[in-house]
Design a protein around this ligand. Structure first.
Ligand code: F6P
Length: 343
């Protein structure tokens, strides 16, 4: 068989581990070859591809962050308009199955291709951990570790200066990184997009700490957090070509408001893309490797229109339909249960 793979959407630690695992499994278990399209769907449309050999070079990418294939985003309209080109390119290159690695948007593209007769097996990725139908996506554990390390460090400097520290983490629509990093880092308040925040309540939680003689407070805020309606004036961002509202710095805005209300010294740290860069954790390397191997096997077994997923301890295949279902948000009750740790 001749397989093709590509990485699309925002990058995340573990993409290279998947690529390596696809190449090694295809080669050693089936004697198959693999090509990689560059820069996501754009490279497939423009027929830019490289052969991926089961050699030392590919072997060594296990620990490398980013993606050796490059990545990109393609507007859904351009994607749909290019489906015939994609089919022709795959056919001309003699590709028997395509394994796209990406988040919700990428998997939607995979589904459109599958609906048009392209043999596809998807691999879910995102640091946000919001893909439907899978317990965890690789990249998430690394992002949480990076954020937790940052929070650990902020505890000591916050305490030295009697400050409130705001840590803004990634998470446009979901608060998994904020919830887990906040819990692991012992944050005194965590704000997630799923549950609109009340600035009065956050301020009171910080005030209480200082009144009780605590010297500092740490607040973790997901970048997509929103206030309860009518409780706080917010800057409004522009809307980009993908319909995403650009962020206006929610961490800074919450920090400014707390400072204004209680006069405490406040500093804000925006972790941004640091959470997405660098080497994957051991957990993410293992998950990514298992996903890649399972996807290569599913392609050889012709389980097309599918997507690999983690179900408990097991790697399984689900349908692409399931993978592009509703985003996996933090259940409100799960957040409410974490509240007892605030303050
Ligand atoms: O991968 C998802 C994500 O990490 C979001 O949490 C974040 O909003 C987005 O990517 C930012 O990506 P970029 O800056 O590459 O557009």
């Amino acid at each position: 068989m001749r397989l093709a793979t590509l990485t699309s959407g925002g990058d995340c630690p573990g993409l290279n581990a998947v690529i390596r695992s696809i190449v090694r499994t295809a080669n050693t278990e089936y004697g198959s070859t693999v090509v990689g399209y560059q820069d996501g769907w754009v490279g497939l449309l423009e027929d830019r591809r490289v052969d991926l050999y089961d050699d030392e070079e590919v072997d060594r990418i296990l620990l490398r962050g980013g993606t050796i294939l490059g990545t990109g985003r393609l507007h859904p309209d351009k994607f749909k308009a290019g489906i015939d080109t994609v089919k022709n390119n795959l056919q001309d290159a003699g590709i028997d199955a395509l394994i796209p690695i990406g988040g919700e948007g990428t998997l939607k593209g995979a589904k459109w291709l599958a609906d048009n007769g392209v043999p596809v097996v998807g691999v879910p990725k995102t640091i946000d951990n919001d893909v439907s139908g899978t317990d965890y996506t690789f990249g998430f554990d690394t992002a949480v570790s990076v954020a937790t390390d940052a929070i650990d460090r902020l505890h000591t400097t916050a305490e030295s200066h009697d400050r409130v520290m705001i840590v803004e983490v990634m998470g446009r629509n979901v608060g998994w990184i904020a919830l887990h990093a906040g819990m692991a880092g012992g944050a005194h308040y965590t704000v997630i997009p799923e549950v609109p925040f009340n600035i009065e309540e956050i301020t009171k939680a910080m005030q209480r700490r200082f009144q009780l003689g605590e010297k500092y407070g740490i607040i973790v805020v997901a970048e997509g957090a929103v206030p309860e309606e009518g409780t706080m004036e917010m800057s409004v961002g522009d809307v980009d070509q993908f319909g995403h509202t650009t962020f206006t710095g929610i961490g800074q805005q919450i920090g400014d408001e707390i400072k204004r209300r209680i006069g405490q010294d406040v500093r804000t740290t925006v972790l941004g893309h640091i959470q997405r860069g660098g080497t994957p954790t051991a957990y993410d390397r293992v998950l990514a490797t298992r996903y890649g191997a399972h996807a290569a096997r599913a392609a050889h077994e012709q389980t097309f229109g599918s997507c690999v997923a983690l179900n408990g301890e097991d790697i399984v295949t689900i349908t692409l339909e399931e993978a592009i279902g509703d985003l996996k948000v933090v259940p409100v009750q799960r957040y409410e249960n974490a509240r007892s740790l605030f303050g």
